[in-house]
Design a protein around this ligand. Sequence first.
Ligand code: NAG
Ligand code: NAG
Ligand code: NAG
Length: 350
Amino acid sequence: MTTRVVAFLLTALLPLSLAHLNDPLAWLYTRNTQGNDHASLQADAAISACPDVCDCPPTFPVAMYCDGRGLTAVPSIPSHIKYLYLQNNAITALPDSALVNATSLVWLMLHHNQLTSEAIGAKAFLKLEALERLYLQHNSLTSIPANLPRTLKDLRMNHNKIEKVAVADLEGMDQLSLLYLHDNAITDMGTSLKALKSLMVLDISSNQLTKVPDSLPEQVHQLYMDHNSIDSLPESFLTSLTQLQYVRLAHNQLTDQGVPANTFNVSGLVELDLSFNRLERIPTVSTSLQHLYLQANRIKEFTLGSFCVFTDVTNFSRLQTLRLDGNEIGMEDIPADSSLCLRSASAIDV
Ligand SMILES: *[C@@H]1O[C@H](CO)[C@@H](O)[C@H](O)[C@H]1NC(C)=O
Ligand SMILES: *[C@@H]1O[C@H](CO)[C@@H](O)[C@H](O)[C@H]1NC(C)=O
Ligand SMILES: *[C@@H]1O[C@H](CO)[C@@H](O)[C@H](O)[C@H]1NC(C)=O
């Protein structure tokens, strides 16, 4: 409440003091025309004022906090607001008009609401030409909203009911570096990711994918595809991803037949999670890999050649963590000479 009063006083005083600088008698005619002035000041204030239900801190005047207030609709947004917090409400719709004045928005937080795809206008995001961060996770979307700003860097739509991702949904998002689509109902990503030149983090875990997306962007650094129904991997699908460091494929249906030889023998990889699959052999990995998770598979033998082809002073595995518990081998299956190859391993679980 106090912040609103202060904000109003500031806007009311500003034209007066400015006029004063130019004309020492300005206060006189300002008084005489007070009626008119008051009306225009009120109109100004109506556009730039903070809605009653929200907080606009005077110390951070470009932010508007409307989160967790039981809102069912988007309040009116002053055009100078850059950071808008609308999460944890019960907002059901985003009509075309809702954000028309919010042209300065850089962050728009709409997570944990009740938005459905049908209730989002096709032009709802059209005026947001500076938007970089859009959080729509934990809503009830069944598709990716139309006409999302191409300026986005961080797009989160996890925990929705999205079934399909079309090429047009993400086309031209050159700046996008993080995309969260986990915990949806996606069955196929098609070639929708191809154009995302800047994408570094992709999370498409907990969906209904039966295969790896066709064209993964080359800059990807973290690739999370766990909890899907993937049973095989395309030949050398990681070879072109030279920046890749973290790969999670846990809780899928991978078998030895579905994993081409040398798929994971790519340098640069730091962490590989293949736990909870149907592998019977330890796949060949690069000597640079540091963490390998293979628990809860059907591995029957310990193949040292999966880690080292040849061992000498410089040629050894950098593996630190190796989890093999929940397989069909025991400590006695690990040959004594393994310590030469696995000399960095601090934890081997069997
Ligand atoms: C947008 O601003 C105009 C005035 O410029 C106002 O009439 C309209 O109600 C505003 N719309 C919203 C949704 O805030
Ligand atoms: C893994 O890749 C390296 C480098 O490309 C190669 O020298 C090595 O033989 C490969 N390992 C296996 C088991 O094929
Ligand atoms: C490791 O051994 C392979 C032969 O198996 C050799 O081609 C490679 O150059 C060696 N790497 C280093 C770092 O010595």
